[in-house]
Write a protein that binds this ligand. Structure first.
Ligand code: BES
Ligand code: ZN
Length: 614
């Protein structure tokens, strides 16, 4: 009796610091047993797994560390230990509720990719595990930016990137997409700064922020940004966060956001996350966008001034269904996240901007897909991947995105749009807040849409290359670009291009081949000044062709671009083009100057490409 009373006191004491957590009573409720086998996590879900995470952290900008507590509420299957993933974390102590005091833990051998298993001794009664820890400045998920590296250059900035397996480098977690958890958080930050997360802000005063995410999400979607941020509402349930100097342009660029949400809902059912905001990050953000729930993280390089690159926002919004509701169980099933999202993105774009526009995007991605099919090792051109022992990053190719999307387009073509839309709607409803792998997808679609049994889905999924029933896209607009390109009308009658949009120009640049001489580049540049384009996609495409043709006039602009922008999708082709055209030394010289502006995601790739050792 006395013992029970004591235990209860200890439990109450442990919980008193987070009443958000207390109000969250769904701790042990779990939709299905997690028998996920994920080769990228040390967790043993059959023993014990997290259902809710409470974070209590302070952001120390001077020392570039996050320090505090990660408290896990767990589902305990009579276990004597629970295993978390951790990478580069300093673990100070671990406390559980049944003991009310410190318990034993071990940090296993470090693996360069996976980090270290953090094994905590528990008893079958343990329901809560509190890990006291701090990050190091080198945490792979976190980028700490100096004021100089921001748009305004007045305040420091911090952002995290969790996907695919970087969350473990800033939070000790069971870092697999196969488990979904709710979370709440409390952050202490310098007074002048604002913290935002992939969660609802429930309170903020004098540098103290509280957050709650009451819907279960995979932990790669836990995200944090801290900076001198302003907020402006765009509509009933959308808005934009940006540094003050970026606000006006961002606000204008994302004007159609509310319409995108409406279009998405009309297609595939309610938007369940309540609010949809976008934060415009500093240019070092290594991706175009990241679908953190309630708050998409975005690169400033999509702000072109004419909304022409905002299909990326449609993409991240679409993840609110594909990926964030129905989530890939492991990174080998990544196409389930991205293929569906590219398809959904195309449908939103078609709804808002018409079929011609959507077809241009689709054809550009088809061309990209064909190019990657040439370059990738054959075994990595299957939709279902096999990435054990390798970084899940290797799956971030046009296969998951575009081959995945084209398989869905093929199904749509065959069964008809109406039927396919109904299927997708049911699919999202069925897998909402759950996970699935490729095999579960196949079982589900074969049952719900038996017509697909004739469509060789297994070939798409388990065989390399592109099956012969891949849809063909035709774009009248692109055919006109091709004719213009061939006849050189763009030089002789420049008015012939006056209606061209970003995507037509991208197709134009895509058509440049090795027959172009330096003087062809020069003439085109004299007419259109591609070298100084303020459209990041056009500039990057032009730079790549120019580098390969030794059109060296681009270098000053190219260098400026590479020092400022850390988006890996641009860096890889540009540095690679220099490397492959005998300009490795130039590439390395630029990289030496630029590297400190890049996030780990980008330096990790570029170090290898350019043979860089610190
Ligand atoms: N979820 C991805 C980004 C990602 C994938 C990060 C895998 C880490 C690992 C995001 O939705 C995405 O696909 N972004 C693209 C833009 C999109 C329009 C293709 C990007 O960042 O370029
Ligand atoms: Zn995506």
């Amino acid at each position: 009796m006395k013992k029970i009373a004591l235990l209860m006191v200890a439990f109450v004491a442990l919980n008193s610091c987070d009443n958000q957590y207390e109000s969250n009573k769904n701790q042990a409720k779990k939709m299905e047993t997690t028998d996920v086998k994920d080769t990228h996590s040390y967790a043993q879900f059959d023993k014990a797994y997290t259902t809710h995470l409470f974070l209590d952290l302070e952001a120390d900008f001077e020392n570039k560390v996050l320090k505090g507590i990660a408290a896990h509420t767990i589902q305990n299957n009579n276990a004597s230990k629970i295993i978390f993933d951790s990478k580069g974390l300093v673990i100070e102590k671990v406390v559980t509720n049944d003991e009310g005091k410190e318990v034993e833990f071990t940090l296993g051998k470090n693996d360069e990719l996976l980090g270290q298993p953090l094994t905590v001794s528990i008893s079958p009664k343990t329901t809560r595990v509190e890990i006291h820890y701090s990050t190091k400045p080198s945490s792979e998920a976190v980028q700490w930016l100096s004021p100089q590296q921001t748009a305004d250059k007045t305040h420091p900035f911090l952002f995290t990137q969790g996907q695919a397996i970087l969350t473990r480098s800033w939070i000790p977690t069971q870092d697999s997409p196969g488990n979904k958890i709710t979370y709440s958080a409390r952050f202490k930050v310098p007074d002048s700064l604002t913290a935002v997360m992939s969660a609802k802000t429930t309170s903020h005063k004098n540098g103290e922020f509280e957050f709650e995410m009451n819907q279960p999400i995979p932990c790669y979607l836990i995200a944090l940004a801290i900076g001198n941020l302003e907020y402006k509402s765009l509509g009933a349930r959308s808005g934009v966060y940006a540094e003050p100097s970026m606000m006006e342009a961002s606000y204008k660029e994302f004007e159609d956001l509310e319409k995108m949400i409406d279009a998405a809902e009309n297609l595939y059912g309610p938007y369940v996350w309540e609010q949809y905001d976008v934060i415009v990050l500093p240019p070092s953000f290594p991706f175009g966008g990241m679908e953190n729930p309630r708050l998409t993280f975005a690169t400033p390089t999509i702000i072109a001034g004419d909304k022409s690159l905002t299909s990326l926002i449609a993409h991240e919004l679409a993840h609110s269904w594909s990926g964030n509701l129905a989530t890939n169980s492991t990174w080998d099933d990544f196409w389930l996240n991205e293929g569906f999202t590219v398809y959904f993105e195309g449908r939103i774009v078609e709804e808002l901007y018409g079929k011609d526009y959507a077809d241009m995007l689709s054809l550009l991605s088809y061309q990209g897909l064909l190019a990657e099919l040439e370059e990738l090792p054959k075994e990595d051109t299957r939709l279902k991947l096999s990435t054990e022992g390798r970084s899940p990053d290797v799956g971030m190719t046009a296969i998951a995105y575009d081959k995945g999307c084209f398989m869905l387009k093929m199904i749509e073509e065959n069964v008809g749009r109406e039927k396919f839309d109904n299927f997708l709607k049911t699919y999202f409803e069925h897998f909402k807040f759950k996970n699935l792998n490729t095999e579960e997808f196949l079982t589900y679609i074969n049952k719900e849409l038996p017509e697909v049994q004739q469509l060789n889905l297994k070939e798409w999924i388990y065989k390399p290359g592109l099956p012969s029933n891949c849809p063909k896209i035709v774009s009248d607009k692109f055919e006109k670009v091709e004719a213009n390109f061939a006849s050189k009308a763009y030089l002789n009658t420049p008015e012939s291009t006056k209606d061209w949009t970003t995507h037509e120009w991208l197709h134009f640049i895509g058509n440049i081949d090795s027959s172009w001489s330096v003087s062809d580049f020069q003439s085109a540049d004299n007419q259109y000044n591609f070298t100084n384009s303020t459209n990041s996609e056009i500039a990057a495409a032009w730079f790549e062709k120019s580098i390969r043709a030794n059109y060296n006039r681009v270098y000053p602009s190219l260098e400026k671009f590479l020092v400022k922008v850390g988006r890996r999708k641009f860096l890889t082709p540009l540095y690679r083009a220099m490397k492959e055209s005998n300009n490795l030394e130039k590439a390395r010289a630029i990289y030496f100057r630029a590297r400190s502006n890049y996030h780990f995601v980008s330096t990790n790739t570029m170090d290898e490409l350019l043979n860089f050792n610190q």
